[in-house]
Ligand binder design. Structure first.
Ligand SMILES: C[S@@+](CC[C@H](N)C(=O)[O-])C[C@H]1O[C@@H](n2cnc3c(N)ncnc32)[C@H](O)[C@@H]1O
Length: 220
């Protein structure tokens, strides 16, 4: 049994990943929700973590023409598909738990259907907090289950299959994001037909702007 999904699994998946009907039914509704959440937001540099074949990053760079988009993924296979897009987005290979970006490098982080694969979710959230500027926006979309039992059953099954993932419950997702230091603004269900009983949830959160220290001593 493996404790973390392997990048070869995603390398293999990348060859069929862009199959149009699957993209339209499964991933497009999630990408649409992320794009809608970004409309009207003044953003300059966006990280798409777990960008896969880069469809969301490519759409972001078309629809937000003033914004620089960086897609990051640990699978060389996914990134080689991403490179095929005619896009201004740039691509970087890296693991979500050890991001190859400097601190406060971006003002928005998005992630679609990837977070459940990250083997250490608190470590990934700590990295997302680090690379996001204070005041920056985090948009994380993945299936959040209605019960802890279901999360654990799915996790056990995926471990047995050798590619473990963990879908938190909606409440657990909020707790994890807040434990990393973010303020959760809202959690939005995304409707899609396949698997409509297990809908993805888009968590909107911000990295708070640090308050000024209150320990300034009064002058005597
Ligand atoms: C289901 S795909 C989603 C791709 C894309 N975000 C989309 O919406 O189509 C999950 C992606 O997460 C990536 N991934 C999984 N674990 C990762 C990790 N630890 N660090 C970076 N990327 C990871 C995989 O390589 C894969 O491309």
């Amino acid at each position: 049994m493996a404790d973390a999904p392997q990048s070869w699994f995603f390398d293999a998946w990348s060859r069929v990943y862009d199959f149009a009907p699957v993209q339209a039914a499964t991933y497009k509704p999630v990408h649409d929700a992320i794009l809608a959440a970004l409309r009207g937001v003044d953003c300059h540099r966006v990280l798409d973590i777990g960008c896969g074949t880069g469809r969301l990053a490519a759409r972001l760079s078309r629809e937000l023409p003033q914004t620089q988009i960086v897609g990051c993924d640990f699978s060389a296979g996914m990134l080689s598909q991403a490179h095929a897009h005619q896009t201004r987005a740039s691509w970087v290979r890296g693991d979500a738990t050890r991001l190859p970006l400097r601190s406060a490098a971006v003002d928005v982080v998005v992630s679609s259907e990837a977070f459940h694969w990250f083997p250490d979710q608190p470590a990934a959230l700590a990295e997302l907090f680090r690379v996001l500027q204070p005041g920056g926006l985090l948009l994380l979309a993945l299936v959040n289950t209605p019960s802890a039992l279901l999360s654990n059953v799915m996790h056990a099954g995926s471990r047995l299959a050798g590619q473990p993932f963990y879908w938190p419950t909606v409440g657990e997702m909020r707790q994890r994001v807040e434990a990393a230091g973010f303020r959760v603004r809202r959690q939005q269900r995304i409707f899609r037909l396949p698997g409509f009983l297990l809908p993805p949830v888009l968590t909107h959160a911000v990295r708070p702007v640090a308050r000024k220290s209150s320990s300034v001593r009064r002058q005597a």
